[in-house]
Design a protein around this ligand. Structure first.
Ligand code: ADP
Ligand code: MG
Length: 399
């Protein structure tokens, strides 16, 4: 795989006998009490990179954060259960240092032999990590000869382990998780096959307005759903009853729709929605968007809208999807989101990319994650990338 801007892939790095720091994203959910890892997908995702390094005799030093310890040593946020899980998955010992940097960390690293794995403790136990402190970054860099980043999910943060330390290390490159993200997301910024359709949904216009603006220039049409659609519908003068609306974003929404007309881009909004008295109402009813009752909440897109969006997505040759179409966490409001996931999965002619934490969860829940071209592992990072922003964790990998 060839990456843009001369970024090297891990395979191209001369790692034999070298100490290789690998920034991984092992910020995984732990079961309360037992501290068991309840979802090991992020650990599994890094196995190809680690196996490649092991086969070539590298000495691996793993660095990750876990949760939000805010620069303090919080034993309940120890990477211990994660090191345990990794050892089980990869079938070899993983020696965990008792701190992110210091004598203990140095000892574990200097004891490494070719093909062995050490893990530093939770990097965010040290305030230097999130502050991108130079002294902390130099300490991390002193544990390695080569730097590899395989943590796309934190690439939009300029922290010591994602950005600061890299300039103090000789060789650097992207792990396989990172390389795949860069490869697919870069395609969305280049000369794409058209029509290019962006599907945007989720909770808030305010979370996504920069993404909406940036995509408006690149795509041929936008398809909008989720709670975000309510704000647009109200901006058009529709009564959306008790639906979630960001009143203070009505001018932003109106302005956006005006810009779309000027730029001759089509913005599709729901023509009908599924309404109920609240999230727990188990009897959704479909109504046209000009007939939403004063006491009703729109919690999913309706069947007419699903049909319309499906047609738009069938014709598309490039699709970026972020944000669920409804409250997909509840079965009765999941149909719109699942239908959009299915429409992407059915379009075998298009490049189909899904980004966003909840969107990734939704497509996995629908069992369709492996039927699209790429599901990004990074929520915020993928949104910043498709806006065309330069992510510090990726910029640091350029020669
Ligand atoms: P992502 O993480 O993929 O970027 P968001 O975080 O923006 O997505 O939005 C996901 C959330 O939006 C979900 O929790 C979902 O329940 C909520 N949501 C979607 N549609 C609606 C709606 N009509 N009303 C209220 N909440 C909604
Ligand atoms: Mg989210």
């Amino acid at each position: 795989m060839s990456l843009p801007h001369g970024i090297k892939s891990v395979e191209q790095l001369p790692v034999e006998g070298k100490r290789v720091f690998v920034r991984v994203d092992y910020n995984v959910p732990l079961e309360k009490g037992t501290k068991r890892v309840t979802d090991d997908a992020r650990i599994r995702a890094t196995l190809p990179t680690l196996k490649n390094l092991i086969e070539r005799g590298a000495r691996i030093v793993l660095g990750s954060h876990l949760g939000r310890p805010d620069g303090q040593v919080k034993p309940e946020l120890s990477l211990e259960p994660v090191a345990h899980k990794l050892a089980e998955l990869i079938g070899q010992e993983v020696s965990l240092a008792d701190e992110p940097v210091g004598d203990g960390a140095r000892k574990v690293v200097s004891d490494l032999r070719d093909g062995q794995i050490a893990m530093l403790e939770n990097l965010r136990w040290n305030p230097g990590e999130e502050a991108n402190d130079e002294a902390f970054a130099r300490q991390l860099a002193s544990y390695c000869d080569i730097y590899v980043n395989d943590a796309f999910g934190t690439a939009h943060r300029a922290h010591a382990s994602t950005a600061g330390m890299v300039k103090f290390v000789g060789e650097k490159g992207a792990g396989f998780v990172m390389a795949k993200e860069i490869d697919f997301l870069t395609r969305l910024l280049g000369n794409v096959d058209r029509p290019y359709v962006a599907v945007l949904g989720g909770a808030k216009v305010s979370d996504k307005i920069e993404v909406l603006d940036a995509l408006l220039d690149r795509v041929d049409s936008l398809v909008i759903g989720g709670a975000m659609a309510n704000t647009f519908l109200e901006a058009q003068g529709k009564n959306v009853g008790k639906s979630k609306v960001e009143k203070d974003k009505l001018p932003v929404a109106r302005n956006f729709l005006r810009k779309a007309v000027e730029k001759k881009k089509t913005v599709h909004l729901p023509t009908d929605v599924m309404v109920g008295s609240g999230l727990d109402d188990t009897n959704p009813v479909a109504v046209r968007v000009d007939q939403i009752g004063g006491e009703q909440m729109a919690l999913d897109i309706g069947p007419g809208t699903v049909e319309l969006y499906r047609r738009v997505l069938t014709e598309a040759r490039t699709v970026f999807w972020n944000g669920p179409m409804g409250v997909f966490e509840k079965k009765q409001w999941a149909n719109g989101t699942v239908s959009i996931a299915q429409a992407l999965a059915d379009n075998k002619l298009a490049l189909t990319v899904v980004g966003g934490g909840d969107s990734a969860a939704a497509i996995a829940q629908a069992g369709l994650a492996d039927k699209v071209s790429h599901v990004s592992t990074g929520g915020g990072a993928s949104l910043e990338f498709v806006q065309g922003l330069d992510l510090p964790g990726i910029a640091a990998l350029r020669p």
